[in-house]
Write a protein that binds this ligand. Sequence first.
Ligand SMILES: Cc1ncc(COP(=O)(O)O)c(C=O)c1O
Length: 495
Amino acid sequence: MTKHQMSIRKKKYGTRQMPRRSTRKMEQPGIFEKSTLQILRTALGEMEKGYSMLPSNNPSVEDQKTFERVILEAAERMKDNYPYFHPFYAGQMLKPPHPIARIAYMLSMWINPNNHALDGGRASSNMEKEAVAEIARMFGWKKHLGHLTGGGTMANLEALWVAGQLNPGKKVVASQQAHYTHSRITAVLGLEFEPVACDRNGRMDVEALKKYLDYYEVGTVVATIGTTAAGAVDPLDEIVGLQREYGFRLHADAAYGGYFILAGNLDEQTRKAYDRISEVDSIVVDPHKHGLQPYGCGCVIFRDPSVARFYKHDSPYTYFTGDESSEGESSPVGLHLGEISLECSRPGASAVALWATQRFLPLVHHGEFATSLEKCRTAALELHRKLKADGRFITPFQPELDIVIWAPVSESVTRSSEYARKIFDEAAKDNLHLALVELPAAFFETEPSGMTKNSETITCLRSVLMKPEHLDWLEEIWKVLGRAADRALSKEVKT
Ligand SMILES: Cc1ncc(COP(=O)(O)O)c(C=O)c1O
């Protein structure tokens, strides 16, 4: 363990909890958090009491030896992964669930509720409604319609499906930097999709949007609140102004950036966009991105609960139980979650995990959850500052959220792209995992560093610093990155 890692551990655990020096080998804290597993056992015992009226039917595992062998085989196979959970994984949008989400999810596995209808998951359906209502409140909505989905793609599909029902035959537009899912989803829904140009900051160009609105019949505008590549936030304040003028439906794809509404350290321009989010018609946010949830947890919410009418169907074989709850509702009284969702069977476990996480880390300004998002952004700003001050790199713009983009300085854009790939490989050799992204070369001001723009696009390095621990690990990350860049550059010179 390096000196820096030791100091991080000291900060994290305090000196008293640090293992004492002894002549014996120092006990390692391990890589995975396991201490909460004993709480799972206690909670299982508690949950079991709710079913104690039943005759015993404990399907024990007869062949425990084979069971263990197979599980160990699975553990062996799972070693073949990038260490997504570790701060040294600073590449794609990947983040481990919070331990409370993990334990709550596992707890519900002994029941395996299905949130299609109350028949399949009574408690977990109510937990879903409560958790989704909290998300809606975070965006400023007291009334809404909404539910969890398998992820951001399904959530966006539902939002655009409702948009298409309200504006049939009209175009859907989103920025060129919007997630590629929108062009695919609209194809599935039989709606026409048009990409709108971006400005140099990767945000939707409002002038370009205005031209579109003047020229075409646009039914829906998708504003991306945190683009996947760069975390750019479309200027929602201006787009809301255009909505008043042109009357289109406005959807916010906040799958990645939605939770940053709670962060207190956004730039003024970015904050302006978040301050208008309550005025859109629908919002998608992914609890399985910044919401600390296991994969399989997206969320769609609508401002007008009456869009529930589009989901109507007349299945004869579900919904034999009535829905009595009404407070802080995510669905109008009398409707099951299965009646306001395109997906039928859905994991109740996702709702239990999300509910528990939000109880533990409430979605409030200045709370622990908000602070952890602020740390991610601070880490991104700090990495950006270091890159800008270092002559080996150029950066296109300051991060709006927690995603950093940079390119190595070279004689041309194509050489820079090659160099970026080499740094990516060299860093991985030292266990630092970055990501690569193809962006318009126009995002970069290449002239001052003497780079010729011999290509429309540039492959650059990208780091999604979405773990709050990234801030503590930044010095270490920077050292490894610097060494990787030196090695890549010296190889570059030799070739
Ligand atoms: C802005 C945005 N929208 C939609 C999606 C798709 O979400 P999912 O991967 O959960 O289906 C993503 C994924 O990265 C995203 O960043």
